[in-house]
Design a protein around this ligand. Structure first.
Ligand code: URA
Length: 282
């Protein structure tokens, strides 16, 4: 029996080849070249292995828990108190399961009352790539898993094209997926700054415990949360640092569904991620 050909260092099984072809056709790929030439004899030998995340607060987000002011009697807790409570709960969690339990128990956020379910994460926590999205939509709220609606299905096809899948058993080929918010905002509105500030301690700890090699920031909300910047059409494709990891902003698959022409840049971003994965090795 002949061996499968390889693609980006992975076995190109017939299923993977079909997924790759479907994604390329969907994006209108009609030539096997990028905009700029790549000198493959001049690629860096290896990418520096990321160090453990620092405790520093991220730009644009609420600072780490300064001594929280006591709420006065009769008032609801002020946001600083709630953020400090979230920090303490997240810091006390030593495993992803403990973190999920702590976040689910956190009562400071009103969204929890209106959501049907708590969507913590999906995929393989040992994956080298962690995808950070915005918040559950309707289907995610029903199923309690991130990215399972139409946008999630496109996300799966996109990453299958570079040999990665959330259900892959092999950590090398798998994905881990979570969101800034684990509860659905009503009407899919944007998360408020207070909601993000309360959830970021959990997100930071989540990334710290999963410890991926690379983070993909899927759309504006995760860029705002992790980089303190919006403007995904300018940010996309430019590697940054978030959670003390190399982080790649990409356009959200929901945007790609509405603007198929943007899939071309998304493909370039996926190739950039695949190249980093290859260069970093295991
Ligand atoms: N959009 C997101 O950002 N996350 C989801 O889980 C679903 C849609």
């Amino acid at each position: 029996m002949t061996a499968n050909p390889t693609y980006l260092g992975h076995d190109l099984t017939p299923e993977a080849a079909l997924a790759l072809l479907e994604w390329q056709i969907e994006m209108g790929v009609d030539e096997p070249m990028l905009d700029a030439p790549v000198d493959r004899f001049d690629l860096p030998d290896a990418v520096e292995k990321p160090r453990r995340p620092a405790e520093a607060a991220l730009p644009g987000m609420a600072a780490a828990p300064a001594p929280a002011p006591r709420p006065s009697a009769g008032e609801g807790p002020v946001i600083e108190v709630l953020v400090a409570q979230a920090e303490a709960a997240a810091a006390a969690a030593d495993t992803l399961q403990a973190l999920a339990d702590a976040q689910e128990r956190f009562d400071g956020i009103e969204l929890k009352k209106g959501a049907r379910s708590f969507a913590f994460a999906d995929g393989n926590p040992k994956a080298r790539v962690l995808i950070l999205g915005e918040a559950p939509g309707d289907e995610e709220d029903r199923q309690g898993r991130p990215f399972v609606g139409r946008a999630g299905q496109l996300l799966d096809r996109m990453f299958a094209a570079i040999g990665l899948a959330r259900d892959a058993v092999d950590a090398e080929k798998s994905l881990y997926i979570t969101n800034v918010l684990p509860w659905r905002p009503p009407g899919n509105r944007d998360p408020s700054p207070d909601e993000m500030a309360m959830m970021m301690p959990f997100v930071r700890r989540h990334v710290e415990l999963a410890d991926p090699d690379f983070v993909v920031l899927m759309g504006n909300t995760p860029c705002q949360a992790a980089l303190g910047r919006r403007g995904i059409l300018r940010l996309r494709g430019h590697w940054a640092r978030a959670f003390d990891k190399p982080a790649l902003p990409m356009t959200h698959p929901a945007y790609l569904l509405r603007n198929p022409v943007a899939k071309r840049e998304a493909w370039a971003d996926l190739l950039s991620l695949a190249e980093k994965l290859d260069a970093a090795g295991v």
